[in-house]
Design a protein around this ligand. Structure first.
Ligand code: PAF
Length: 283
């Protein structure tokens, strides 16, 4: 695996790689969810590049940029074992040598939910991902479905700005009890870890009721909220995957996403499940 830390060295490094090149952007602290993205890219592409960069632009002033888990040596070892050809691990000053004046600003898709709770987050994500795509120039880029709103924003960015890359979504990897893998799970104390799968259980409850024919979202969120305790709800909502606006009621035969964010102590968890509402005749 070739390690590149300077943006200026990437051009030569990627020129020697066969195509199609698959790319998995990460913030490090790699876990089995990242391995699944890399393995999928490895299966579908001739070579895989991974970036490890904790992007300050996507953290709010009171968020965990400083304390975000970093495990550079373990990450490198894992990437070597997964047959990754290129690791791009720039410093903050390498990625942002001057104060940025131009950003990618998602609008409609960033208005609600994560975008509302974390102002500027998706602008930071979209800006860094576009820059990484420009630097690495892959044919395919792989993202996890756990960050469903991020995925929607990035798909839309690629469409709207005609970025020459195919975005590939990969299913969320979960612990046996349903908790979605996340680098932030290392923050969880023992009691918090035991309660953490309740977010997934609450979303599953939402999915079951909608798929059984309930169409009023408030009627499904009430039992879902009961399932969430002792986690503290940030939000639970049902959205269309191309809008991310909380719906009050759902249409028949619709493909939707039940999304949620909740606190286990100070740790904020997010998750989502796909929902397919039944056709009108069955309701
Ligand atoms: O999902 C992440 O880890 C980050 O948001 C990403 C896409 C690597 C951008 O920093």
């Amino acid at each position: 695996m070739r390690l590149v830390t300077r943006a200026g060295e990437l051009h030569a490094a990627r020129a020697s790689l066969p195509r199609p090149l698959g790319f998995v952007p990460t913030m490090g602290a790699l876990h089995a969810g990242h391995s699944a993205l890399i393995e999928r890219a490895r299966a579908e592409c001739e070579a895989v590049a991974v970036s490890v960069f904790v992007n300050p632009l996507q953290f709010g002033p009171n968020e965990d940029f400083q304390s975000y888990p970093r495990s550079v040596d373990d990450d490198r070892e894992l990437l070597e074992s997964l047959d990754v050809a290129l690791l791009f691990a720039p410093s903050v000053s390498e990625m942002y040598p001057q104060k940025l004046d131009v950003f990618v600003e998602p609008t409609m898709l960033a208005r609600h939910l994560e975008g509302e709770r974390r102002p500027g987050h998706f602008r930071g994500v979209a800006t860094v991902v576009l820059k990484l795509l420009n630097l690495v120039a892959p044919q395919r880029a792989y993202f996890g479905e756990k960050d469903a709103q991020q995925l929607a924003v990035l798909r839309r960015m690629v469409d709207d700005l005609a970025v020459p890359v195919e975005v590939i979504a990969c299913e969320t990897v979960r612990e046996p009890d349903g908790l979605a893998l996340s680098s932030r799970n290392v923050y969880l104390g023992a009691a918090e870890r035991r309660a953490a799968p309740n977010l997934h259980r609450a979303l599953e409850k939402t999915r079951e009721m909608l798929e059984a024919g309930e169409s009023e979202v408030s009627a499904v969120l009430e039992p879902a909220r009961a399932t969430l305790a002792p986690l503290r709800e940030d939000y639970l909502a049902v959205v269309r995957p191309d809008e991310f606006r909380p719906l009050a009621s759902v249409a028949p035969a619709a493909t939707l996403i039940a999304v949620g964010a909740a606190f286990a102590g100070k740790t904020r968890l997010i998750d989502n499940v796909r929902v397919q509402t039944p056709p009108r005749a069955e309701r």
